[in-house]
Design a protein around this ligand. Structure first.
Ligand code: ATP
Ligand code: SF4
Ligand code: MG
Length: 335
């Protein structure tokens, strides 16, 4: 891991996002679905934090709340020295240019009626970044940086392959010279060979443009070469958080172990040693989560005490926290 600078670029504290949900008849009481439930994390400048978890665990909602694209119910998001969630007007406009998004489906997220050049230019115009007379030169440079040819600027999104479309999405995200890029499943819609190309491109751009990434994926295999640290989410909560090596070499939470056992290993010995841990069933209803551990109904290690209280996140080693009653204080996992 790179040496940490004193202050993180992004510091998220006790972030909670809830959605009002109506159930039953006309006069039913409004209840809330806590899609993100009191999560905290930080990312050092120039580093990548991956958030992983199954579908519905709250990854996208957390990412959207960090970027102020959905409203946080409570908590804070510090971007450098700024309290991002309370900025307004000009300060907000400037901060918005610092935080950009790359979405999973580049086709759905790019305006089909705009030529590629206009797609990339749009955030520059709307956020007023840089001198207008220099915008064409920066667009040319961005196309080059993401591996697209100058003449491709004139084409429409549907004239590109999936991988090329994601390159346009990357160029668009880079246009305002952001410090933080939130990548929400940026390669999940792509073929495996194309996935590797885009991941390599993102890694190269991180170095060239000194970027910090919040990288969302349901697949630990995708993030294993991409991140400095990993936060594992389950039903709106972070259940384990560690630097990359600790998480991959010494996972502690049964859910993390199950996710990891599904990652095909390139190392033959490791492949033979790793038993696939199947997670039976589905997560409980998010509208009425259990009082105890939220993973208890699916956990192969569950004991009676697991259902009695919610396990808090505990620090087991420097930078390694886990929320499981049965992980011992000296870091012995239950399975
Ligand atoms: N606008 C919304 N209104 C109500 N519920 C929502 C809304 N957006 C998300 N949810 C719910 O919040 C929970 C978390 O959803 P989210 O999309 O953040 O999960 P995710 O981890 O990104 O999943 P995926 O891997 O499928 O993208 C889910 O239960 C989802 O149904
Ligand atoms: S607290 Fe119990 S049910 Fe929850 S993950 Fe740990 S062992 Fe499994
Ligand atoms: Mg999502």
């Amino acid at each position: 891991m790179k040496e940490k600078t004193a202050k993180p670029l992004l510091k998220v504290e006790n972030l909670t996002v809830r959605f009002p949900v109506k159930r039953g008849g006309l006069f039913s009481k409004k209840s809330y679905l806590y899609a993100v439930d009191d999560i905290s994390f930080e990312i050092a400048r120039g580093e990548t934090l991956a958030i992983v978890g199954e579908s519905g665990s709250g990854k996208s909602t957390a990412a959207l709340a960090v970027a102020r694209l959905v409203k946080a119910h409570s908590g804070s998001v510090l971007l450098g020295d700024d309290d991002f969630l309370s900025l307004q007007d000009e300060a907000l406009r400037q901060a918005r240019a610092q935080v950009q998004f790359i979405f999973q489906d580049p086709y759905a997220s790019l305006n089909p009626r705009l030529r590629a050049e206009a797609v990339v230019r749009e955030p520059l115009d709307s956020l007023g970044t840089g001198d207008p007379s220099e915008r064409q030169a920066s667009i040319d440079a961005l196309f080059k940086a993401v591996g697209l040819r100058p003449e491709q600027q004139r084409l429409f999104p549907h004239q590109f392959s999936g991988g090329q479309r994601q390159r346009i999405g990357v160029a668009r995200a880079l246009a305002t010279r952001p410090e933080l890029i939130i990548c929400d499943e940026p390669v999940s819609a792509l073929d495996v060979a194309v996935q590797a190309q885009i991941l390599n491109l993102l890694r190269k751009l991180q170095k060239d443009f000194d970027l910090t990434y919040l990288f969302i994926s349901h697949d630990l295999g995708v993030v294993q070469h991409m991140c400095d640290s990993v936060a594992v989410m389950y039903m709106g909560k972070i259940v384990e958080h560690a630097d990359r090596l600790s998480l991959f070499n010494n996972p502690l939470h049964p859910y993390t172990k199950a996710l990891l056992s599904a990652v095909p290993s390139v190392d033959k010995k490791r492949r033979q040693e790793t038993k696939r841990i199947l997670i039976p069933g589905d997560p409980p209803d998010p509208l009425s989560p259990p009082n105890g551990c939220r993973f208890a109904n699916r956990c192969p290690a569950a004991q009676e005490q697991c259902s009695q209280s919610q396990p808090p996140l505990r620090q087991i080693a420097a930078g390694h926290t886990v929320a499981c009653h049965l992980v011992s204080d000296n870091g012995i996992a239950p399975i």
